[in-house]
Design a protein around this ligand. Structure first.
Ligand SMILES: Nc1nc2c(c(=O)[nH]1)N[C@H]1C(S)=C(S)[C@@H](COP(=O)(O)O)O[C@H]1N2
Ligand SMILES: [Mo]
Length: 317
């Protein structure tokens, strides 16, 4: 049985455009999250470092080779209970500390992904086939949300460039469009927040998607990904604001025209197609010069391209 979000928690329509609606209430929510967890009877619960986070037990271990080329100097890896306990996944709720509870029983296996559009031959694959087909890499990346908070995560996945090679786009392909599931019966946020333009959709230019940093991610912290982080497969593009890193992908489409994106559709003046992390360009409603490390609660400077300029700046000359 899924939990019904109490009326008081729902966001009014006029505020729906604000990705940060509940951000300022985080400290309040942090203190109530454990109490609310009790409502989610039947969902599996793990205690990590004394904190309870659902969705962490029973995740299969993944065999991955750490790629030491990608390191995050001066910051520690964010503890798993923070990464898996504080999420943006609007398909479930806008309340970051309740995503883990509401996503705990979402079925992410078996999971088919459609590859279509400007490819030699459209096809479908199962996520576990993909995991068997490609060697998995572990990379520690920063994740910087547009709401000015950040975490550091050891993701496990496949370079998106390798996936693109496998998909065989035609010479006309210029962009990649990705889509999340639409399952209002299972995802309470899709059911009850019907003013959002579901399903979530994102896009990249093909040269961005082919950059060495872009990854199809299937796990983190040595295991299959917890549901709340976008299981069973998501995108990670660490030089862009977090909302570009679309979760729980069901379709990858190659196109010759720039695809629309979910957040741009909702608030075009606030969220553009490229969305590269840039401390010099404030969000219309707040500064992007600094960010809060969610684990330490310390404010730290935001870096151009989230610290990945050496890899990606040439794409935007
Ligand atoms: N399908 C989908 N993907 C999504 C989101 C979402 O609401 N739905 N939120 C985005 C935002 S705003 C951020 S910051 C990251 C958060 O990823 P995390 O919860 O694993 O930290 O996921 C992104 N991908
Ligand atoms: Mo975000």
């Amino acid at each position: 049985m899924l939990i019904r979000i109490p009326k008081g928690w729902e966001i009014p329509e006029r505020e729906a455009a604000a990705e940060d609606v509940y951000f300022s209430r985080r400290r309040f929510l942090r203190t109530t999250a454990l109490g609310l967890g009790g409502i989610a009877a039947g969902c599996s619960m793990s205690t990590v470092n004394g904190m309870q986070v659902p969705g962490l037990s029973g995740l299969a271990a993944l065999n991955a080779t750490r790629n030491e080329k990608y390191v995050v100097p001066g910051r520690n890896v964010t503890p798993i209970e923070v990464t898996a306990g504080y999420n943006n996944f609007y398909e479930f709720t806008t309340d970051k500390e309740r995503v883990a509870y509401l996503a705990a029983r979402f079925k992410t296996r078996p999971w088919q992904v459609d590859v279509r559009g400007l490819v030699e031959k459209p096809f479908q694959f199962d996520v576990d086939e993909l995991i068997k087909r490609f060697p998995l890499e572990e990379r520690v990346y920063r994740l910087r949300c547009v709401e000015a908070w950040s975490i550091v995560v050891p993701w496990i996945g496949i370079p998106l460039a390798k996936f693109i090679e496998w998909a065989k786009p035609t010479s006309r392909a210029r962009f990649l469009r990705m889509l999340t599931f639409y399952k209002p019966g299972e995802a309470v946020g899709q059911r009850e927040q019907d003013w959002y333009p579901w399903p979530y959709y994102e896009g990249l230019r093909l040269d961005e998607a082919s950059n060495e940093l872009a990854m199809i991610v299937v796990g983190c912290y040595g295991r299959v990904m917890p549901n709340q982080n976008g299981s069973p497969l998501r995108l990670i593009v660490p030089w862009k604001y977090g909302y570009k890193s679309i979760k729980s992908i069901v379709r990858v489409e190659f196109t010759d025209r720039q695809p629309p994106t979910f957040w741009n559709k909702i608030a075009p003046k606030e969220y553009d197609f490229l969305s590269n992390v840039n401390p010099a360009v404030p969000h219309p409603r707040w500064s992007q010069a600094t960010e809060e490390d969610v684990a330490t609660r310390k404010r730290i400077p935001t870096l151009p391209y989230n610290g990945y300029g050496e890899f990606v700046a040439h794409l935007y000359k």
